[in-house]
Design a protein around this ligand. Structure first.
Ligand code: AMP
Length: 144
């Protein structure tokens, strides 16, 4: 899907928001939901999505959603750091399939990085759900 198109309310993250699909949740407030990526590129790979949104990507998002969303991204990124003590953190976001986007509800990736540990492949290799739940609890405990 290119940058042009319309929001599909049947996308997987919309289903998670409606409670129609499970997610390993890390944090939520009235503006954002954070949950573990089930195909993590690194241990602790977390996604943050806006709740009140029908934007496929960052370019489409309503200005009043951006502020609370970015605060949520920062809050969760700080919790990931506090819980997992990575050497670095990638915070990223893809717009359009040619840019690497595979789910078309706006979302930010928070990916911890450790020296010498290569980044896993994007959206490949499903995680162990029990391990994800442990990580989510560790991160959740550190949300300020
Ligand atoms: P993107 O390619 O930027 O659209 O990222 C979508 C991300 O969602 C990928 O990293 C996938 O691993 C992840 N993903 C896909 N389905 C699910 C799901 N049901 N629960 C959690 N993460 C998912």
């Amino acid at each position: 899907m290119s940058l042009d198109g319309s929001y599909d309310a049947g996308n997987i993250f919309a289903k998670i928001l409606r409670g129609e699909m499970p997610a390993v949740k890390v944090y939520e407030d009235e503006h954002v939901l954070a949950f573990m990526d089930v195909f993590p590129q690194a241990k602790g790979h977390t996604l943050v999505i806006p709740k009140q949104s029908s934007a496929r990507n960052f370019l489409e998002e309503a200005p009043d959603v951006i502020g609370p969303l970015m605060l949520g991204v920062q809050r969760v990124a700080r919790a990931v750091r506090a819980a997992l003590n990575p050497d670095g953190l990638v915070i990223t976001q893809f717009n359009g399939a040619p840019a690497g986007q595979t789910v078309f509800h706006l979302h930010f990736h928070i990916i911890p990085r450790w020296e010498g540990v290569p980044l896993g492949r994007h959206a490949q290799g499903m995680a162990d759900m029990d391990e994800l739940k442990v990580l989510a609890a560790e991160i959740s405990a550190k949300v300020g």
